[in-house]
Design a protein around this ligand. Structure first.
Ligand code: NAP
Ligand code: F7E
Length: 324
């Protein structure tokens, strides 16, 4: 039986990846950092089938211990301070977790068992102020936030450990991917949650920042398949994972509100406080290499994704409030 260790298992991607690996017969371990009031919302349905190990990316010894306990064939490093906005207010912390945390995990592998295959969760945010449209694996990086800068470090340290020590280390450059398990801070979930609350009479307005920013949005359930595929190849490599389509925040808002028969212009208020110090205006990925080498393709369309999220939020809120 193959064994995998997932860092960030309580997050959006960690929960979908754990489901995928369990369905493939893996024994799944998850690194769980200590928090005062832990949130198991995304993985509560999996808790009987996975094993959680206490540890933190900032603590090398805890990573070595997690590897000793789990003896994994594969490690998926999904843990990070992943919210771009907060990376300006917690710049150094973001660097510790999302940049040096990667070195800690790679060092833990190098010290304990260099045969472990490693996946690093890199990000389209690294392209930032894009130097090429669409973005591919060789597009130069121009990060625009402390988060993106830390991810550039995480990407290159992964490449460096592959080249320095021959580790089977892959960097997945994933464009935005969303789902009903997305954190409430991110714009898709903020919008779908608000649409559901407005529809049910529980909220009146939705405050947003930049409506013109464009993102290549896909479905998280599709994207975790690409992570797994990368670690099943004969050679380690880096891949862009994207849909090849881009939409503005305004288009996202239109699709979400119109799904419940509402006119978004009556509810959305632009708030200058929600504008970022430096914005990423346009992301559009070309997943051709992943299609050709991994046989990967996105399956859920943008409209299907947003409708799925609105429906899920309607159900969740009704269940909490006992609304029919
Ligand atoms: P997420 O929902 O924010 O989950 C982040 C996870 O990291 C949580 O489980 C969190 O644990 C854990 N974590 C944070 N700091 C940690 C630390 N110091 N030690 C151990 N665990 C820690 O993120 P996601 O959307 O699933 O994304 C997964 C990864 O892909 C992240 O690295 C993100 O930066 C990257 N990425 C995401 C996207 C996207 O569109 N979703 C695109 C490209 C790349 P708690 O539950 O304790 O907070
Ligand atoms: O913002 C604009 C905002 O926070 C998307 C992370 O998973 O994907 C994510 O990063 C866009 C930006 O995601 C609001 O200015 C407008 O242009 O949902 P977001 P992100 O910053 O693209 C990448 C690939 C990652 O790697 C990250 O970990 O939406 N926007 N108004 C807003 N964004 C938020 N959050 N809230 C607003 O009110």
């Amino acid at each position: 039986m193959k064994k995998a260790l997932i860092t960030g298992i309580t997050g959006q991607d960690g929960s979908y990846l754990a489901e995928l690996l369990l369905s493939k017969g893996y024994k799944v371990f998850g690194l769980k950092r200590r928090t005062a009031t832990p949130s198991f919302e995304n993985i509560s349905h999996l808790l009987d089938n996975i094993e959680l190990i206490s540890g933190d990316l900032l603590d090398l010894a805890s990573l070595i211990e997690a590897i000793r306990i789990s003896q994994p064939d594969e490690i998926y490093n999904l843990a990070a301070q992943s919210f771009v906005t907060d990376s300006w207010s917690q710049s150094a912390y973001t660097g510790h977790a999302s940049a040096l945390g990667v070195t800690n995990m790679l060092e833990a592998i190098r010290i304990t068992n260099p045969n472990i295959r490693f996946y690093q969760a890199s990000s389209s945010e690294m392209f930032g102020k894009v130097l090429e449209i669409p973005q591919i694996e060789t597009t130069p990086f121009y990060p625009r936030s402390p988060y993106a800068v830390s991810k550039v470090y995480g990407h290159w340290i992964t490449v460096n450990y592959r080249e320095s020590y021959g580790l089977f280390a892959c960097s997945g450059i994933l464009f935005n991917h969303e789902s009903p398990r997305r954190g409430y801070d991110f714009v898709t979930r903020k919008v779908t949650d608000a649409v559901a609350k407005i529809k049910l009479g529980l909220q009146k307005e939705l405050f947003l920042g930049n409506l013109d920013a464009k993102r290549d949005w896909g479905y998280a359930g599709d994207y975790v398949k690409a992570m797994w595929l990368m670690l099943q190849q004969n050679k380690p490599d880096d891949f862009v994972i994207a849909t090849g389509e881009t939409r503005s925040v305004k288009e996202l808002v239109e699709v979400a509100f119109s799904h419940v028969g509402l006119d978004w212009t009556k509810y959305v208020v632009q708030d200058p406080k929600l504008m970022r110090p430096a914005e990423v205006d346009l992301l559009l990925g070309n997943p051709k290499k992943a299609e050709e080498k991994l046989g990967w393709k996105p399956e859920v369309s943008f409209d299907e994704l947003i409708k799925m999220m609105v429906e899920s939020d309607l159900e969740k809120i009704k269940a909490k409030k006992y609304i029919k």
